[in-house]
Structure formats: structure tokens, C-alpha cells
Design a binder for this molecule. Structure first.
Ligand code: NAP
Length: 673
């Protein structure tokens, strides 16, 4: 039977690559799964299509519309996930490994969809931080804003997460309103192509939003501009080659690099054999060695233990690894499948030899044994031990991208910190300790070198998401050796595909430009109480102006005795006068808030379900007995929480009889959409 050829998706058409094709072998038996190639593609035209068709179409959608699109893509993947699981085995992965890639990928789309609807406005511009006053009168202000880049995101992915790797980059990119060209790593491109096809067939993406290259990228880099982003995941070697392309430097093309990483896990000085932390450490090291056959950028490559516990740690890890069944990933009792192909296995074996030559010895597993069916890329988990971690340079420098870890002793916490940092920058580090002092010293000494750190102990282990799992809501990336890039991290990840601009103008102008309410900007005074309208009927800038009420000395005294808040400034005229702040007794801030609510609240049940909090509260001008107060309540932003509830952010401004601002805050309410 002829090997199926993978197709490229260029300019909204499926196209077979021309010329020489590369055969992609199955990890299980070496038989060809697919052939791939991108010869004949017009890469410049693909970039132009993304810029001229995909970008404008995506930028016409608001953040919320794009977020809904991500959800539909995630649902499409989930509806056809079994097709992907079937292909997943050929990559050497068990079903459990595939779950991280396939359902983890869809989960990332859902997470960004939900964050997009909750944390971004239903608009095109994202405000960054608060308004900066730039003049005394308030007529000239500054506001940082993010707008979508007008280029293309080129995503170059590693082989180990063919689905998640694509989706964790696509989710923030599409949410930012930027089109993408995806280039999967060849060894597992058949699984990426299948997931990509599902998204195209779902029919929810505008034309030009995504394209796929299965093969080399030709002269693509020669046509990049300052509006493009290259987001790369793979080895340090390839990253360096691509990053030093002259166009990247000349055009200041953004380059996000996620490279290899010598991640460490530390057994705390307090975590002696017999403690829960010791057992948790042993379990985590073994899990990280065997999940996806250790082909995870975040896997624990260096396990550090106090010198006095290292023999016990080695014994416990060996025992656990001995019970890990390696073999055909389709078999139910298999715990660890194969490496992606035999070439990868040879690479891992060569790197084990390099670490051994630098002074480590193999204490578990046999790199030369065929650990599974013939023809497959099987390797048993291999634990190395380096008794002098300061002379075994390779243990801190060479990444065997497979089921391999090196166990090393440390003398004290300071030594552990310095050894952890010897990886010259990593993606993830875990510490197993129940000692807050040790954890504090360790994190302060090491955090600058590590992108994500977990401190695991008996109280949180059950709920822990694990050393090796990057999460959509947390940043993924690390300094130095790890590439210096950052991905995901919720809305932080979206901003990598947007430009921050410092905008200076009047509040009214900035409100018009950003389509959002800006304090000091125009308001539309409404007659119908906004609490009587559903969220969809509220317009940003709609303002309720209340009548005013006078605050008397009796009110202040009543409030003081009723609540027990008899602070001197409200009760003692002489002391209040003597203070550098007040001219006499003043109303409580809490009284002002309560009277404010009494002025603007519309009491009957309706679309406003509950008050869920106040933010950015400031008391700006004292309110004295005899002063009056009134409120302006303005719709500031709206976001959906679920299909049935939403959150409205209201700007609340309380003025006195001289129209001076007495207090201001954001009120959050839960509303019927
Ligand atoms: P790789 O060999 O560096 O390849 C990475 C990607 O670069 C692949 O898509 C590859 O395509 C592409 N590529 C290679 N040469 C290129 C060129 N001249 N122009 C354009 N693209 C080119 O890495 P890998 O073997 O796939 O992945 C394993 C490595 O990735 C490990 O070192 C691992 O630590 C690292 N990794 C890091 C992360 C992270 O988030 N930091 C995640 C996963 C993996 P072809 O396959 O077609 O050559």
C-alpha cells in the first residue's frame, strides 16, 4: 500500500508538496506512517495571504468573538478526538500520554476562550494599566493600549506535542487577532495535520487565519517583517540557527524561543527517607522520566538529593522504575511506550554515553537493551548517578531527550541552589520540602534562573498539577538555556502578539479611540435605571446620575454607634481639627459608600443578581457634616462569565455639592447576560 502523503494548507487550499518526500516511520515498528514535503509552495504568497486576508478578517472580530471561535475549535477537536488517539500510538505514546497532548490541547483552547471572555473587553483594543494623569486639569492624559500586530505568527513546533504544541501557540495568537502559519516538526507531523484538518473542517475560522507547512519552510524567513512573530519550540541548536537569520535582526522580528532545558528537582534537606516528601520526590522523578518516554521539555533531567539521603533515593527510584512496564503503547498494561523513532533513540543513547563519560554511571535501566517489540524505538528508563556533580559538566549541559535523569548529591542548601542554577536557565524546577525556611531560601536563591517553580509537600501534593505540566494560566518558558521566551500565562501570552502603544490625548479622545469608558471621558446620561436592563442592553458609558443627600452630624454619630467605628476623626472635633488632614469631624468612608449605594441601587429583583466586589477604591476629598453627596454610576465594561452569567464593571464616582470627587471605585456586579 502506498504511504499516504500529508498535505500543506496554503492560501485556504490543501496542497501536496512536490519533489522529494520524507517518510515518517512509526515509533512502534518502524513502518512508514506518512510521507511529507513542502516543495513547490510559494512561501512569500502564504505570508501575503495571511497579512492581506487572514489578519484583516480576524481584526474585524472583537476579543469575545475570537474567544468564542477558540471554544468552537476546542469542541471540534474533542468531538473527533478518537481519530487523533488512533494516530497518537504511532508516535510511541500511550493513551494516557496522548491525553496530555490531545485533550490538553483542546483544554488550552477552552482556557484561553474563557479567559478571553472574562478578562478582555468585547472590543478591539486592550487597555494596559490605569490612566496616567499628565496635566493638572485632567484634560491631557496617557493610556497604554495594546492593538493586534498586522503581520503573521510563524509557529515552529517540536515533535513531542504535535497537538498541544500547535494549540498552545494558536490560542493566544488567534485571540490577539493575528493569523498563523504552523510548521510542525516532521517526525509527528501526521498527528498535527489531522488535528489541523479537524479545525479547518469545523468551518469556524475566517479565510487566511491559519495555514500549515508540512516540511521545510523554504525562503519564508527572508520575507518576515517587524509585524511578524516567530514562535519557536525545539532544540537550542535549531533556535540559534533561526534566531541568527539576518532578517530577524534587521527587521526586529519578535522571536519567542522555547528551547531545551536541564530541569531540576530537589529533595529538601528536611525530606529524609520515611517522610511524605521523600516518597513524593521519588514518585515525581519516576513519573517525569516515563511520561511520554521522557520526551518532555519540562521533564526532570537532574534530581538533587542531600548527600546523606542519596543512597536511599537511588534505591527507591530504582525499585519504582523496575515496576514500570515498557512496551507497545497500545497494550493496556504498558506504562511507557517508545521514543518517537529510532534516530531519536540513538541520539538519547549517545547523550547518556556523554554524561557517563563525564563521570556518571548508569544505576538503573540498560541503554543497550531492546525494551520493547523489535523494530520499535524502545528504551528502558535510565537513571544515571554522578557522585561529584561539580565535575560532571555534561549532567548540567547535555539533554538526553528521553527517559533519562541524573541523580546527584548536594552538601547544603546553598550548594543545591548553585547546582540548580548550573543548568544556566530552566523551564521548571520542583522542590520537595515541608520546611518553609528551606523553601524560602531556595526560591530566593534560584528563582531568577527558572521559569516555573513548584514547592511540593504533604499538604499540596494531592492537588498538585505536577512538575512537568505547563498550564495555560501560568507562563511557560525560562531564561538562558531554556530560550528566554514566555508563552501562555493567560492574557500575558496574548500580548506577545500585540503592540503596546503609549497613547496621549484627552479622556474623550481616548474613549472614542478605544471604544471603552475612560474616567473623565464622555458619559451618556440615561433615564431608565441601568439595573433594570440586561447586560446585553447596557452600553459602555451609560450613566445614572442620582439625586443628592445631605450628610448630617446625626448621621455620622448614628453610623459610629451602630457599627462601632468611633475613630477620632468622626467623633472628636478637637482631635480632628488638630490632624494635618481634616478641618473638623468627617463622615466615615464606609458611611459614604453605604449612602452611595442607597442613592444608586434599584431595589427590585432584576438582571443585576449580586454585588461581587469593589476595586480601586479611593477616598479623595473629606465629607463634612452639612455637605451633600451624589453619585454617578457608569457602565465601564462587560464580560461573560458563563452562558448564564456575566460581570459588569461600573465606575462609581461620588461628588460633593462643589462637584469635587469625594470617592471613586469600580463596582463589580454579577448580571444576567
Ligand atoms: P528540533 O530538531 O530543534 O526541531 C524543532 C522544529 O524546528 C521542528 O519543527 C523542525 O522541523 C524545525 N526546524 C529544524 N530546522 C529548521 C530550519 N532550518 N528552518 C526552519 N525550521 C527548522 O527539535 P525537536 O527534535 O522537534 O524537539 C526536541 C527538542 O525540543 C528538545 O531539545 C526539547 O527540549 C525541545 N522542546 C522544548 C520545549 C519548550 O517548550 N521549551 C517543548 C518541547 C520540546 P523538522 O522536524 O521538519 O526538521
Amino acid at each position: 500500500m502506498k504511504t499516504p502523503q500529508l498535505l500543506n494548507y496554503a492560501r485556504d487550499r490543501w496542497i501536496a508538496g512536490e519533489g522529494t518526500l520524507v517518510e515518517l516511520p512509526s515509533a512502534i515498528d518502524g513502518s512508514p506512517v506518512a510521507a511529507t514535503g513542502s516543495g513547490g509552495l510559494d512561501f512569500a504568497a502564504m505570508l501575503a495571504h495571511a497579512r492581506n486576508v487572514g489578519g484583516p478578517a480576524l481584526r474585524k472580530l472583537t476579543f469575545h468573538e475570537r474567544a468564542r471561535m477558540l471554544k468552537a475549535l476546542g469542541q471540534a477537536i474533542m468531538a473527533r478526538k478518537e481519530e487523533l488517539y488512533e494516530l497518537n500510538y504511532a508516535t510511541g505514546c500511550t493513551r494516557k500520554d496522548g491525553w496530555i497532548d490531545i485533550e490538553g490541547g483542546a483544554g488550552t483552547l477552552f482556557s484561553f476562550s474563557s479567559k478571553g471572555r472574562r478578562e478582555l473587553p468585547d472590543a478591539y483594543v486592550l487597555l494596559d494599566g490605569q490612566l496616567e494623569p499628565l496635566s493638572k486639569s485632567g484634560a491631557f492624559v496617557g493610556q497604554h493600549v495594546f492593538t493586534s500586530l498586522q503581520g503573521v505568527a510563524v509557529h515552529i513546533n517540536a515533535f513531542n506535542f504535535p497537538v498541544w504544541g500547535m494549540l498552545e501557540k494558536l490560542a493566544p495568537t488567534l485571540l490577539a487577532g493575528v493569523p498563523a502559519i504552523v510548521k510542525p516538526a516532521s517526525p509527528t507531523a501526521y498527528l498535527t495535520e489531522a488535528a489541523f484538518r479537524i479545525m479547518i473542517e469545523a468551518g469556524v475560522l475566517p479565510p487566511g487565519a491559519v495555514q500549515l507547512i508540512v516540511g521545510h519552510v523554504g525562503d519564508l524567513f527572508d520575507h518576515l517583517t517587524c509585524q511578524d512573530v516567530v514562535s519557536f519550540t525545539g532544540s537550542a541548536q535549531t533556535a540559534m540557527k533561526l534566531q541568527s537569520h539576518p532578517i530577524i535582526a534587521r527587521e526586529s522580528v519578535r522571536f519567542i524561543a522555547e528551547r531545551d532545558s536541564l530541569n531540576a528537582s530537589i529533595l529538601g534537606p528536611d525530606a529524609a527517607p520515611g517522610t511524605p516528601e521523600f516518597d513524593l520526590f521519588v514518585r515525581e522523578v519516576c513519573t517525569e522520566m516515563t511520561v511520554k518516554a521522557g520526551q518532555k521539555c519540562t521533564a526532570i533531567r537532574r534530581a538533587l538529593a542531600p548527600a546523606e539521603f542519596i543512597d536511599a533515593a537511588e534505591g527507591a527510584i530504582r525499585e519504582r522504575l523496575a515496576n514500570t512496564k515498557v512496551g507497545d503503547p497500545r497494550a493496556e498494561d504498558t506504562r511507557m511506550g517508545a521514543l518517537v523513532n529510532r534516530g531519536q533513540r540513538e541520539d538519547v543513547k549517545a547523550k547518556i554515553a556523554e554524561i557517563a563519560a563525564a563521570g556518571a554511571r548508569v544505576v538503573a535501566g540498560d541503554p543497550e537493551a531492546q525494551a520493547g517489540p523489535d523494530g520499535g524505538a524502545f528504551l528502558s528508563p535510565v537513571l544515571l548517578r554522578a557522585d561529584d556533580p561539580w565535575t560532571c559538566d555534561a549532567a548540567h549541559d547535555v539533554e538526553p531527550f528521553g527517559p533519562v535523569s541524573t541523580l546527584m548529591p548536594y552538601s547544603d542548601l546553598d550548594d543545591a541552589v548553585r547546582l540548580a542554577n548550573r543548568g544556566r536557565g530552566s523551564l521548571a524546577l520542583s522542590m520537595f520540602s515541608h520546611s518553609p525556611e528551606a523553601a524560602r531560601d531556595f526560591v530566593l536563591g534560584a528563582a531568577a534562573y527558572h521559569g516555573r517553580m513548584l514547592v511540593i509537600d504533604r499538604t499540596n501534593a494531592k492537588d498538585s498539577t505536577g512538575h512537568g505540566s505547563p498550564l495555560p494560566v501560568l507562563t511557560h518558558g525560562g531564561p538562558g538555556r531554556a530560550g528566554g521566551g514566555e508563552e501562555m500565562g493567560g492574557i500575558r501570552g496574548v500580548k506577545h502578539y500585540m503592540q503596546r502603544t503609549a497613547l496621549q490625548s484627552s479622556p474623550a479622545m481616548i474613549a472614542a479611540i478605544t471604544d471603552q469608558y475612560i474616567p473623565g471621558g464622555p458619559k451618556h446620561v440615561v433615564e431608565t435605571h441601568p439595573f433594570r436592563r440586561r447586560m446585553s442592553e447596557l452600553i459602555i458609558g451609560d450613566t445614572l446620575q442620582t439625586k443628592s443627600r445631605t450628610v448630617t452630624l446625626e448621621d455620622i454619630e448614628h453610623f459610629a454607634h451602630f457599627t462601632g467605628d468611633t475613630f477620632y476623626a468622626h467623633m472628636d472635633e478637637e482631635a480632628a481639627k488638630a490632624s494635618p488632614i481634616f478641618e473638623g469631624r468627617v463622615a466615615h468612608g464606609y458611611l459614604i459608600l453605604s449612602f452611595g449605594a442607597g442613592l444608586f441601587v434599584d431595589p427590585d429583583p432584576g438582571p443585576v443578581l449580586a454585588n461581587t466586589g469593589l476595586e480601586n477604591l479611593r477616598f479623595l476629598t473629606p465629607l463634612y457634616p452639612g455637605d451633600s453627596m451624589r453619585v454617578e454610576l457608569t457602565v465601564r465594561s462587560k464580560s461573560l462569565k458563563s452562558e448564564d452569567t456575566g460581570v459588569v464593571r461600573w465606575a462609581v464616582e461620588i461628588f460633593n455639592q462643589k462637584d469635587e470627587l469625594v470617592a471613586s471605585y469600580d463596582l463589580l456586579t454579577e448580571n444576567v447576560p
